[in-house]
Every structure is written in structure tokens, then in C-alpha cells.
Write a protein that binds this ligand. Structure first.
Ligand code: ZN
Length: 348
């Protein structure tokens, strides 16, 4: 079983769904099995989807934010996008999922425009489309190359997936990756694809909350965890597990050092697992430089994302980010040294 092959990018990795499918709780088990089946059918119906999203064909006015939010009313993903419930400038909904999808996709747009002068995911004003209430008790959120889709969660382990800014920012950043380096979604290049989605997902949250690197939680998805889960989040950039012995999720499998890299074939060659290594390096860069992570570390990483290509691996990531730091801040600058040192700490 696997989930989330290109171009479907799910926030929940297959190892979490697999683990939930083995739960002692029959309700959790049934929901997980249904989610896995849905991922498989999604993959089957979407593998023919072209790499370049169809929505790129609907550019909005240059530099103008354009959001559409749809309600799928708990129908399956073959009915995407659903009924249009809020458009750009439209009145607030009574439904928090609609407002979160609207607000956080807008925040993601603002982040890329203000900090990187990037006009939406494709830099051509692509409309940001979100659908909420995907399927029943669906424990996932995904970017399918055209739009965002969010489940409501089962209420036991996960709550609605629009709740975490970093989850929304993560998924939309997959769209930015698609339109820039377009990293292959497998093995090291896939782990880098996941890595950039986590980095900018977290930076969007930090920017919104005006948190310095020292103050940030460096977690992905803390707000989507329901009371049944002991895990504080899906992932953490810090050198500690996001969860251990969780009754539903088990142990966090992410390594934080190259020597612990996962080399098996699950999770498309460990795309959600090995992203822990560059994630931790980014955390070290940002906290070593200090201040707001989006100011310097974010700039270095954005430049790197644009410079990589489909086949880039960890070694290329290391050399390109090091080079980017030198170009932006000078050879032997504190920023340049911070990048070199961080990669060294995680095994490069
Ligand atoms: Zn992802």
C-alpha cells in the first residue's frame, strides 16, 4: 500500500494510515482502511493528470489574489471540486472549515508575494482552489496538482485538516515546487519535495504569528490533532520525535541524521520519512542565524528551491543551499557558515 504518488500529495504519510489500520479500535481501523482505499482510487484516477496543473490555464490578474472555496458535502473525491461557497471578497461563512481554507490560502498567497514577489503558486496568478468536507471523516488533506482538498478528520485522532496553517501552507507549497524545480516524488528528490513543503508551511505560520526562529514551535500539524492522539503534531524539525508510543500512531519514524536514513521502498522511498534530515538542517540554520527564519534562512531556501531540478538529491541540496547562502550574504558570512555547519551536523 502506498499513498500520495505524484501528483497527489497527502499531508498524512502512508505509514500513519497503515498504523491506524492496525488499531485495536475498530472505528479507527475502519476509517483508516477506508482512507487507504480512497488514496488508492485517487491515485488510479489521477495518475494521468498532467504535471502542469490545469488551473494554470486560468490566470487571475497579475498580483491579484484569487480564491475559490468549494464544499464537497462529504461526497467522495471523484466529485471534486463540489459546490462553490465562497469566492474572493465574498462574505464570511458560518462554516469554520470554509473560512480557514479561505484565510490560510490567502495567507500563503500573501507570504509568497510579499517575501518573494511570487504571484501565486505558478507566479502567474493561479487561482487558489480549495474544497472542504471531502468524504466522510476523511483523515487527510491533499494537493492533486489542481487544487487543495481537506477532510474533516475522524474526531478521534485528527480534527479538520484546515485547522493548521502549516498544513495548508505545506500543501500549497507542493504547488510551488511543481512550478519550480518540480522534484520527482520519490526517494531523495521526493524527500526534498516534502522538505520544501514543510519548510515553507512552517515559515508561513511563523510569519503570520510574527514568531522568531527561537520562539517558533517548528511543528507540522499541531492543530489537526484530536484528543485521542497523544502526538503533539505530525512532524517536528527539532532533534526529538514528534511522538513516541502513541496509541494510534506508534513512534515517529523521521531520522534527523544521514546515518539513520530510511532505505526501504515504503512511502515512495521514504519521502515523508527522510525529509526529517533536511528539515532538521533547516531548523539549525534558522536558529543559528537567529531572528525571523523567513528573513534569511527562508531566502536561502527559496533561492535553492528555484535552482534545483527534478532529479536533485540531498548532495545537490547541500551544495546549492550553501552556494545560495554565499551568493545572498557573502562568502564566509555568518549565514554561509551557518548553512555549512548545519549540513555537517546532520551528516554531510
Ligand atoms: Zn506533502
Amino acid at each position: 500500500m502506498s499513498c500520495c504518488h505524484n501528483p497527489i500529495h497527502c499531508i498524512l504519510p502512508p505509514y500513519i494510515l497503515d498504523r491506524m489500520a492496525e488499531s485495536d479500535d475498530p472505528k479507527v481501523r475502519a476509517i483508516a482502511v477506508a482512507a487507504i482505499a480512497r488514496s488508492a482510487s485517487l491515485r488510479a484516477t489521477r495518475t494521468t493528470l498532467a504535471q502542469m496543473p490545469a488551473m494554470a490555464a486560468i490566470p487571475s490578474a497579475v498580483g491579484k489574489k484569487e480564491r475559490l472555496v468549494y464544499d464537497l458535502k462529504n461526497r467522495g473525491s471523484s466529485f471534486l471540486p463540489g459546490t462553490l461557497v465562497r469566492r474572493e471578497g465574498g462574505a464570511k461563512s458560518k462554516d469554520p472549515a470554509v473560512n480557514e481554507a479561505y484565510d490560510y490560502s490567502g495567507l500563503t498567497y500573501d507570504f509568497y508575494l510579499k517575501l518573494f514577489n511570487r504571484n501565486s503558486l505558478d507566479d502567474r496568478g493561479m487561482t487558489l482552489i480549495s474544497s472542504v468536507h471531502v468524504a466522510r471523516k476523511y483523515n487527510n488533506a491533499f494537493w492533486n496538482g489542481e487544487q487543495m482538498a481537506y477532510g474533516d478528520g475522524d474526531g478521534v485522532i485528527f480534527t479538520r485538516f484546515t485547522k493548521s496553517i502549516d498544513v495548508v501552507g505545506h500543501e500549497l507549497t507542493h504547488g510551488v515546487v511543481t512550478h519550480t524545480c518540480n522534484l520527482d516524488y520519490k526517494n531523495e528528490s521526493g524527500a526534498l519535495n516534502e522538505h520544501f513543503a514543510d519548510v515553507f508551511g512552517s515559515l508561513i505560520k511563523q510569519w503570520k504569528k510574527k514568531q522568531t526562529a527561537a520562539k517558533a514551535d517548528w511543528l507540522i500539524g499541531p492543530d489537526i490533532m484530536a484528543p485521542g492522539a497523544k502526538a503533539k503534531a505530525l512532524r517536528t524539525f527539532k532533534d526529538e520525535p514528534a511522538y513516541t508510543g502513541d496509541p494510534y500512531l506508534g513512534d515517529d519514524p523521521q531520522p534527523k541524521h544521514l546515518k539513520d536514513k530510511y532505505t526501504g521502498g515504503d512511502d515512495s522511498g521514504g519521502v515523508h520519512i527522510n525529509s526529517g534530515i533536511p528539515n532538521h538542517a533547516f531548523f539549525l540554520v534558522a536558529t543559528t542565524i537567529g531572528g525571523n527564519a523567513w528573513d534569511k534562512a527562508g531566502r536561502i531556501w527559496y533561492r535553492t528551491m528555484l535552482a534545483l531540478n527534478q532529479k536533485s538529491d540531498f548532495n545537490q541540496m547541500v551544495s546549492m543551499s550553501t552556494q545560495s547562502a554565499a551568493t545572498l550574504f557573502g562568502n564566509n558570512s555568518p549565514e554561509h557558515k551557518a548553512v555549512i555547519k548545519a549540513w555537517k551536523t546532520v551528516g554531510f
